[in-house]
Design a protein. Structure first.
Length: 183
């Protein structure tokens, strides 16, 4: 816990507790994820009783997204998107929690705008690769030093995924993406 009447110290503490961010997903310095308080801990203790069911629901929803994209002929099979989407994968022998369902697609920003116009939420997590964050500027990396990370930062898009997501809502998401890709 930090208490202060100094505005600069308070601002720095808030930044450090959120991975060094002062703007969402832009890291000015190396920080931590230190935002849990006692009340949140108590709530988490109760929610943990349900986590296995929620994760099972998310796995089922991810499988449905996979099936819907495949049934729509929207899946690219290479390493990179061409005319369709690259679906997220689960490593052999692993079990995915599906906290996010992230596809890769060309023209990602245009697709996100298209979805937004149709009231379909999406998110671009980590729009700036780590080596390009101000917090790591001192390491001396430049644009082009990690081309795969840079490419991923331009292509990834997280689609709606939460345990209560309905099948018709997933169909709406995939149908909108199909319409965008066919246009």
């Amino acid at each position: 816990m930090v208490t202060t009447s100094d505005g600069q110290i308070a601002a720095r503490a808030r930044s450090l507790r959120q991975h060094g961010m002062t703007r969402r997903y832009y890291h000015d310095e190396v920080g931590w994820n230190a935002r849990l308080d006692g009340i949140q801990g108590a709530i988490l203790g109760i929610k943990l009783k349900y986590i296995d069911g929620w994760n099972a629901a998310r796995r089922s929803l991810a499988e449905r997204y996979h099936a819907l994209f495949r049934a729509g002929g929207l899946v690219d099979t290479g390493l990179y998107p061409n005319h369709g989407v690259i679906l997220p994968q689960t490593a052999a022998g692993a079990q995915h929690a599906w906290h996010q369902y992230v596809i890769r697609v060309q023209r990602r920003d245009e697709l996100r705008a298209y979805l937004s116009e149709r009231k379909i939420g999406s998110e671009i997590y980590y729009p700036v690769p780590l080596h390009r964050q101000d917090a790591l500027k001192s390491l001396g990396y430049r644009e082009g030093d990690f081309p795969q990370a840079e490419r991923a930062a331009r292509e990834v898009l997280a689609l709606p995924l939460f345990p209560e997501l309905r099948e018709d809502e997933q169909q709406t998401v995939v149908r909108a993406i199909a319409d965008f890709l066919s246009g």
